[in-house]
Design a protein around this ligand. Structure first.
Ligand code: PMP
Length: 390
């Protein structure tokens, strides 16, 4: 049975054109960009070229606004702790939407332990941040407010431009985690009014092990990783040349291919949603229209998400997810689904499909058949399933 991979939010294969571009740097591009000899200079050139490509991808003012990190988690930590600690004199309030990724919420909780006040901004039943509550919660003491461009578990895309205006009416900096959105929808940091923006290489079909933080020109952050002073002193440590070169090329390719690929995936997404919605007590999670073009997320009553994942994998060689791969180990109910106002017993049967380059229209009947049979089979075994409630 041929595998159908539907979990691109957790990990993506490297784009063949990225691999072709970056492979030589893995084989022989071993230089250290901080070395002054020619091998070092060559490595530095590679890093700077990649920086330029990322800046161009999000329309940053200049290449120097991009700081490379090891991934999105590190970029989120640098943005939040870096902005909050550096600007403590102005205030000790920080804010985040209730549906942020743990790599945003956990650094904020850590700051809370050292005396910062954390305001969690609620969302509506589709995951859209409440503009009213946001404007009540941001004050002159709020140094960093974080709202993700789009949510990885429910696919909802936030009205970032409007949120930026509200944040900047009183607060200081606006941080946006664009890990799930980048490469799927166009991002323009200047037009969107973003001060700090997180990107991940792998979510652009680049190699794992690289990420980036956009820092608006003029903004100063506290370093979270002191050392040899690389990346403007904000993120010390010898650069991962292969991953950085690959990330730059992935951003360039994403810019070129995004529109066409997005339209293709949207057609598959819409058909899948239409088909899965026919299943009894299947509820789409997230926003029905303001959603990522590759994102299909449902919850099914009476069953367990982990069983859906295992059944789909072992029975059909189809890989889906229950939500966030990063918190799947805890088996805790998803904080994202709870924030939508769902009850504990309603959030367990969640299934997330994130489409990618390998998915085609031809796979739709196989996927829908597998989902329907899986849900049916698990419900027969489930004491919690109450049958047709319509
Ligand atoms: N933010 C979001 C929205 C994510 O989905 C993820 C996971 N892909 C991260 C941050 C963290 O990414 P990483 O584990 O690559 O650091």
């Amino acid at each position: 049975m041929e595998a159908i991979y539907l979990d691109h939010a957790s990990a993506m294969p490297i784009h063949p054109k990225v691999w072709e571009f970056a492979e030589p740097f893995l084989r022989k591009g071993f230089g250290n960009p901080s070395s002054t000899h020619s091998v070092g200079s060559e490595a530095k050139k590679v890093v700077e070229e990649a920086r330029g490509k990322i800046a161009d991808f999000i329309n940053a003012e200049e290449a120097q606004c991009i700081v490379f990190t090891s991934g999105a988690t590190e970029a989120n930590n640098l943005a939040i702790k870096g902005a909050a600690v550096r600007n403590m004199a102005q205030g000790k309030e920080i804010g985040a939407s209730a549906i942020e990724h743990m790599s945003v919420l956990n650094p904020m909780k850590e700051l809370q332990k050292s005396g910062f006040q954390l305001n969690r901004i609620p969302v509506d039943a589709t995951g859209i941040v409440s503009a009213e509550r946001l404007s009540e919660m941001v004050s002159q003491e709020t140094t960093v407010t974080s709202v993700m461009y789009a949510n990885n578990e429910i696919g909802t895309v936030e009205p970032i431009g409007e949120i930026s205006e509200i944040v900047h009416q009183r607060g200081l900096y606006f941080h946006v985690d664009a890990t799930a959105a980048a490469g799927r929808i166009p991002i323009d940091v200047q037009k969107d009014g973003i001060d700090l923006l997180t990107l991940s290489s792998n979510d652009l079909y680049g190699p794992q092990g690289a990420g980036a933080l956009y820092i608006k020109k003029g903004i100063k952050l506290q370093t979270v990783l002191p050392g040899g002073g690389q990346e403007r002193g904000l993120r010390s440590g010898t650069e991962n040349i292969f991953a950085i070169a690959g990330m730059g090329q992935a951003a360039r390719i994403a810019k070129d291919e995004m529109e066409q690929e997005t339209n293709r995936l949207k057609t598959i997404r819409n058909k899948l949603i239409e088909e899965i919605q026919k299943i009894d007590q299947a509820y789409l999670t997230g926003h029905p229209a303001q959603r990522l073009p590759h994102h299909v997320s449902f919850r099914f009553s009476g069953i367990e998400g982990e069983s859906i994942v295992l059944n789909m994998d072992m029975g059909y060689n189809i890989q889906v997810s229950t939500g966030s791969a990063c918190s799947s180990k805890t088996l805790e109910p998803s904080h994202v689904l709870l924030a939508l106002g769902l009850k504990h017993e309603e959030v367990h049967g969640s299934m997330v499909i994130t489409l990618g380059r390998s998915n085609t229209m031809k796979q739709i009947p196989l996927i829908t058949k597998a989902v329907k049979e899986t849900i049916e089979r698990l419900r027969i075994l489930s004491p919690l399933y109450k049958g047709d409630q319509s």
